[in-house]
Design a protein around this ligand. Structure first.
Ligand code: ADP
Ligand code: ADP
Length: 237
């Protein structure tokens, strides 16, 4: 469902941040990208949904070449790719429910405070997803009243209302304590297993990657240095 070939990204001409990246994901896989800070993990995820422009190479997602899409066509493809961030990227003065609903339609309309633009069906979907993540009872709380782990569950819910095929998670537990981290990783695993959504997650904790992943990709200095099953990683490390 995702095939990356010979991908390069440089922010300046001298030093590429990503080089010769080759990668393939199958529908329903749970794959972690591990590597030290600065390895290029975040840049790689952001190339996939074209939050940043790759310099060279090919990214085929769901049979569509992402790197050559027009802005308009990109919008449609992006809806199939959910994104979860380390720092949640929620609008703190809005409620959980508002943040989640606007995953699908952008934040502009809520800033005017109109929830009525959403259909009952859309609201129902948002509540169902919040319920699945154990956050339904917080639906009408402002996001600035939540703990980090709760905020991240809202971040995941916002990505899921898009009904994505692929969920990209950029260091989703890097700001969380061990208990909240487990809750978040368990939810991601369940989303993958029960909803069939492909999950690609950046992590710097190798033990977490080993515990949850079907496959692990190791990145260092912008290159893939390992690709294999969790159990193969121990031979490598
Ligand atoms: P990781 O997620 O593995 O920590 P990043 O993708 O964030 O790695 O960063 C990889 C490298 O690219 C780092 O050396 C970082 O300083 C550099 N980098 C990231 N974003 C930018 C940017 N917008 N402009 C210039 N350099 C950047
Ligand atoms: P905090 O006070 O926690 O920094 P903010 O309300 O400033 O929270 O916003 C948090 C994140 O939400 C920001 O990183 C930004 O990317 C995103 N954000 C804020 N306002 C908007 C908006 N109008 N549209 C889209 N994203 C927004």
């Amino acid at each position: 469902m995702l095939k990356i070939k010979d991908l390069y990204k440089s922010y300046n001409i001298k030093t590429p941040v990503l080089s010769m990246i080759e990668m393939e994901l199958k529908q329903g896989e749970f794959v972690s990208i591990i590597g030290p800070s600065g390895a290029g993990k975040s840049t790689l995820l952001r190339c996939i949904n074209r939050m940043i422009e790759p310099s060279e190479g090919s990214i085929v997602f769901d049979e569509t070449e992402i790197t050559s899409l027009s802005k308009k066509a990109l919008r449609g493809e992006r809806a199939k790719i959910g994104m979860v961030f380390q720092h949640y990227n929620l609008v703190s003065r809005l409620t959980v429910f508002e943040n989640v609903l606007h995953g699908r339609f952008g934040y502009k309309s809520t800033l005017k405070g109109i929830l009525s633009i959403f259909t009952e069906e859309e609201k129902q979907l948002a509540l169902e997803i919040l319920d699945k993540l154990g956050m339904k009872e917080f639906a009408y709380k402002r996001c600035d009243q939540l703990s980090g782990g709760q905020k991240q569950r809202v971040g995941i819910a916002r990505a899921l209302v898009q009904q994505p095929k692929l969920l990209l998670c950029d260091e989703p537990i890097a700001s969380l304590d061990p208990n909240s981290s487990k809750v978040i990783m368990d939810h991601l695993k369940e989303i993958c297993e029960t909803m069939g959504i492909t999950v690609l997650v950046n992590l710097h904790q190798v033990d977490v990657a080993v515990k949850y992943s079907d496959r692990i990709i190791g990145l260092n200095k912008g290159r893939v240095v390992f690709e294999g099953l969790p159990k193969e990683l121990s031979n490598y490390a």
